[in-house]
Design a protein around this ligand. Structure first.
Ligand code: MN
Ligand code: ZN
Length: 503
């Protein structure tokens, strides 16, 4: 069995436990309860920290085994970094991730963490708890041997805090978003032989248990709507396409919903314009946008967010076969725009074009944000530290950029404009689906803009950030689940009525 993690809170200074954790700010000695604990060891703070080179920097650790004067088997003194009341929430998420990494490496099981410093508000401790769970995540269901030698079945962590009730509420609320991120990771990590279009749709159906309404459009339904751009991608695969519509109505009845649209190509071979073999296995993650939308809908429903939100995901598989689309084919999208297919590997924008048009036409949303592992070019431009942001709306862009900084899921706004739009003109149709290598991410965005009908819109190209994620304090998995925390934060900070102040 893989190890599970349990997080509880309690008031006061921890009594006996396996591993006791205290934090000390940079350049400072232990204070408050941490000072009491340190004093019990009888050790000289100045001598020990000098010998260990411990300065209290974030990530630094003093590891004392069987300390005299304490019941704990181990005392960990961790650096809290510079005391900075205005630290970004993500600094606390990272702190939790860092702690989980150390506890797992030490094979800890029963852990008590003293968190009583001035800046340790319930919201920040909730970020730390989020970081613990995000770092603890592993995708090992296909391994026979799931546990590390010496690993306990449960990593049980008690956070000793000033206000346990308020902290529990904050942890539960933030935890709903963590669960959404972990759902997105699971969907993306799952191989394409297991997670096809129908299996993904079934996973989305699970959200009904949280109060989400889930509808599915099958191939005939999409044919009737004229969604030929989405359907042409699917026609080479034996797996049927689905458009899944998830609705969460937590806001005022009649309020225009926030709309999130995801590219869900469960596997992208490139089609007839087939990709090279090297790295093609990563294309099981070409549904990363749809996974983020599904994870976000999970998060909003699980924390009962007071907003109306729609999640729309286009699920297809892009395969080469005798029924596959060909370069040179021309299809008419639901909007009436005709599209010449230049490159069958530029399939994501075809899926999104009909999904975006359908979403704005049916729901008249307040805004539309689509997420897609759309272009390799965005990874060339921005690497894996920022996702590309393309938008027709400055306010929405500013809100997204701020949410990126708060969550560490960072965005960088890219240019758009008529000169780029001109590049997608086709010799035979209204537009073409590929304009080649120059400005490849931007011309993809210009293509999408043709289908948003002046609705405030943003496109997040997450091809560089959703897959092959670097190891960070909060993620050691192949995918970080990029986008769930970002969009949940966007909604929390800008589109929800301010919560009633605590009494
Ligand atoms: Mn492709
Ligand atoms: Zn693709």
């Amino acid at each position: 069995m893989p190890q599970t993690i349990e997080i509880k809170t309690s008031a006061g200074i921890p009594a006996s436990t396996g591993t006791l954790v205290i934090y000390v700010a940079e350049g400072a000695a232990p204070t408050g309860g941490a000072a009491t604990i340190w004093a019990a060891t009888g050790l000289d703070w100045a001598r020990v920290t000098r010998a260990a080179g411990f300065k209290g920097k974030q990530g630094q650790m003093l590891d004392l085994l069987a300390p005299t004067g304490l019941d704990a088997a181990r005392l960990l003194v961790l650096g809290a970094g510079k005391p900075d009341a205005s630290a970004s929430p993500s600094a606390w998420t990272d702190r939790g991730g860092s702690l989980a990494g150390k506890l797992m490496a030490l094979k800890a099981d029963q852990v008590a963490v003293l968190l009583e410093e001035a800046g340790a508000t319930p919201d920040r401790i909730a970020e730390l708890a989020a970081g613990l769970r995000l770092r603890h995540y592993r995708f090992d269901k296909y391994r026979a041997k799931k546990d590390e030698p010496g690993e306990a079945a449960v990593l049980a962590i008690t956070l000793h805090v000033a206000d346990p009730a308020a902290t529990d509420a904050a942890i539960a609320n933030r935890g709903a978003t963590v669960s959404g991120t972990l759902l997105a990771r699971d969907l993306i990590n799952e191989p394409a032989n297991v997670l096809g279009t129908l299996e993904f749709a079934a996973a989305a159906q699970q959200l009904t248990s949280l109060g989400v309404t889930v509808e599915e459009l099958d191939e005939p339904a999409m044919q009737a709507l004229g969604m030929n751009a989405l359907l042409v991608v699917s026609q080479g695969s034996a797996r049927p396409p689905r458009l899944v519509i998830m609705s969460w109505n937590g806001g005022k009845k009649g309020d225009a919903p926030l709309a999130f649209v995801g590219k869900g190509v469960v596997f992208d071979t490139g089609g007839i314009s087939i990709k090279g073999a090297a790295g093609m296995e990563d294309m099981k993650g070409d549904m990363g946008g749809a996974a983020a939308v599904t994870g976000l809908m999970h998060a909003l429903a699980a924390r009962k967010a007071p907003v109306n939100a729609i999640g729309v995901i286009g699920l297809v598989e892009n395969m080469p076969s005798s029924t596959a689309m060909r370069p040179g084919d021309i299809v008419k999208a639901m909007s009436g725009t005709t599209i010449e297919i230049i490159n069958t590997d530029a399939e994501g924008r075809l899926v999104l074009s009909d999904a975006l048009w359908y979403t704005q036409q049916r729901f008249k949303p307040r805004f539309m944000i689509n997420l897609a592992t759309l272009t390799g070019a965005i990874g060339v431009a921005l690497g894996n530290d920022h996702a590309g942001l393309f938008s027709n709306n400055d306010e929405l862009s500013a809100n997204l950029l701020a949410a990126g900084l708060a969550t560490g899921e960072k965005l960088w706004r890219m240019p758009m404009g008529p000169a780029y739009d001109k590049l997608i003109e086709s010799r035979f149709a209204d537009i073409k689906n590929s304009a080649g290598r120059p400005a490849g991410s931007i011309t993809a965005a210009q293509f999408l803009l043709r289908f948003v009908n002046d609705v405030p819109w943003a496109h997040l190209d997450i091809a560089g950030t959703a897959l092959g994620s670097p190891t960070t304090e909060t993620n050691t998995s192949w995918t970080s689940g990029f986008g769930v925390a970002l969009l949940d934060r966007l909604v929390r900070d800008n589109y929800e009525p301010a919560p009633a102040k605590a009494k």
